[in-house]
Structure formats: structure tokens, C-alpha cells
Design a protein around this ligand. Structure first.
Ligand code: ZN
Ligand code: ZN
Length: 254
């Protein structure tokens, strides 16, 4: 059995759980360790199964709780060198390892594929994880659907996919002009429409489930993001994440 959960998802904090009966990994710890423990409790998942953390980039909404979680529970954290050195001293854990983008490697029961993405940070990395015959893409903060994203999408059975903003809400909203431009740029975030087009144009029959992730609080709502994906709802299971609680735990028998 494979278990998946967005313990946190949104521009206010991200943490994605991928596990089987014996062990688990996290992608990003962008909420405090205290809140993470609360989310584990609420979801019924066992944090002691977590054997490693993989950090996608140094922004606080992906790295805020890493140091405390890792140091307290002696869990190694994998970074690109750019992400590690781009993180402040106060958010660097004691137990860390470097990974090179483009590398695929085995970690326990997990095969971890790493690939670069377009985002305004230092050496950012996306992950696709294979466990128990299931392939899970974790693709947030991807700026633009680059070729790496398209290639790994085709291998994914389940996708945590960024659907960050509704274009009208962004451009009509109260953010400053430079911030709006940054979010919409090729090194910012994917809009609902960009995320939809990516799946609609490039996914094949491998893909079964899309989990709409990393929603903006200011420029999106779960219902707006979902509405855009309704035309795909007969082909795929479309799930929403909340910025305020853990998602349901998705259990896949293999
Ligand atoms: Zn983010
Ligand atoms: Zn970011």
C-alpha cells in the first residue's frame, strides 16, 4: 500500500508525505515543526516512519520547519547545494546531504528522480518518487511547464500539481505590480489555466490522480481551481488541497 498526503499545501506552507507500510519520506517542511506534528496527528499518519526529507528550494514556505524537525528527530535532509547555501543559517539542519539535479537514486523503498525547474530561487529541484509500483510527481513552484515537467508528468500516476492563482484575481487584486509580474513570470508560479493546459496537452494514460496544490490565499480558491479542471474530471480523479488543514490521505493498493 502506498499512502500520500499533502500535510500542508499553499503559499503559506508546503509538506508532502509519500509512504508505504514501513517507511516514508517528506518533500519540503514549509510549516513549523509544531504545526507539522499537529497535522500528522490529525491525518493519522505516523511521523516515526519518515526516514528522510527532500527540499525543493529555499523559500520559507518549503523550508521553514526543516531544521527543527530534522534536528529533533535525527532525520537527514537532502538539498541541492544551491538550496542549502541559499537557506539562512537558522534553517540549515545538522544532518544534511547534497543531491545533484538530474540524479536518480534509491533511498530505502523509494526511487527518487530529481529534475530542475524554473523558479526564482537558487538551483530549485522537483521530485518524482517511485514506490510500490506507483509513480508520484511533486511539482510546485514551477513557473512554466518546462520540458522536464512535461517529461516527468508522462511517467506520473499521481501528481501534486501547482495550481497557484486565478489570472483575473491576480491582475485585479491588491498585490503590487512587481509582485504580480513576478508571480506570473516564467520563474514564478503556475496559474490554474497553465496547470490545466499542461495536463490536458501532455498527460497520457499513466496519470490517474491530480492533487491541486500550492494554492494562493490571495489570488485563488479551491473551488476556482477545481472549476478549471472540471473538463478533465471524467478522465482523472481531481482532488483539492486546503491551505488550512492536511488533505485526506490517499491510499493506493498495489
Ligand atoms: Zn512555494
Ligand atoms: Zn518558491
Amino acid at each position: 500500500m502506498v499512502e500520500l498526503c499533502a500535510l500542508a499545501s499553499g503559499s503559506n506552507g508546503n509538506c508532502y508525505y509519500v509512504g508505504n507500510e514501513r517507511e516514508a519520506i517528506l518533500v519540503d517542511v514549509g510549516i513549523s515543526c509544531k504545526l507539522l506534528m499537529k497535522r500528522f496527528d490529525e491525518s493519522g499518519l505516523d511521523f516515526s516512519k519518515v526516514k528522510a526529507v527532500f527540499i525543493s528550494h529555499e523559500h520559507a514556505d518549503h523550508n521553514r520547519g526543516t531544521r527543527v524537525f530534522s534536528n529533533r528527530y535525527k532525520i537527514p535532509v537532502y538539498f541541492t547545494p544551491g538550496t542549502y547555501y541559499g537557506s539562512s543559517h537558522s534553517s540549515r539542519p545538522t544532518m544534511y546531504r547534497f543531491l545533484q539535479i538530474g540524479q536518480s537514486f534509491q533511498f530505502g523503498d523509494f526511487t527518487i528522480h530529481t529534475f530542475s525547474k524554473k523558479h526564482d530561487s537558487s538551483d530549485p529541484c522537483s521530485f518524482r518518487i517511485e514506490v510500490g509500483g506507483i509513480s508520484i510527481g511533486v511539482m510546485t513552484d514551477i513557473g512554466v511547464p518546462c520540458q522536464n515537467v512535461i517529461d516527468h508528468l508522462k511517467f506520473s500516476n499521481v501528481l501534486f500539481l501547482e495550481s497557484n492563482y486565478d489570472e483575473k484575481m491576480l491582475w485585479d487584486g491588491k498585490y503590487t505590480w512587481p509582485l504580480k509580474k513576478r508571480i506570473a513570470s516564467d520563474h514564478g508560479h503556475l496559474s490554474n489555466i497553465q496547470a490545466f493546459n499542461l495536463v490536458n496537452e501532455h498527460a497520457d494514460e499513466n496519470l490517474k490522480t491530480i492533487i491541486l496544490s500550492h494554492l494562493s490565499g490571495e489570488n485563488n480558491t479551491p473551488d476556482l481551481a477545481y472549476e478549471v479542471f472540471v473538463p478533465l474530471a471524467e478522465r482523472y480523479s481531481i482532488l483539492r488541497t486546503s491551505r488550512h488543514e492536511a488533505s485526506e490521505v490517499l491510499r493506493i493498493e498495489n
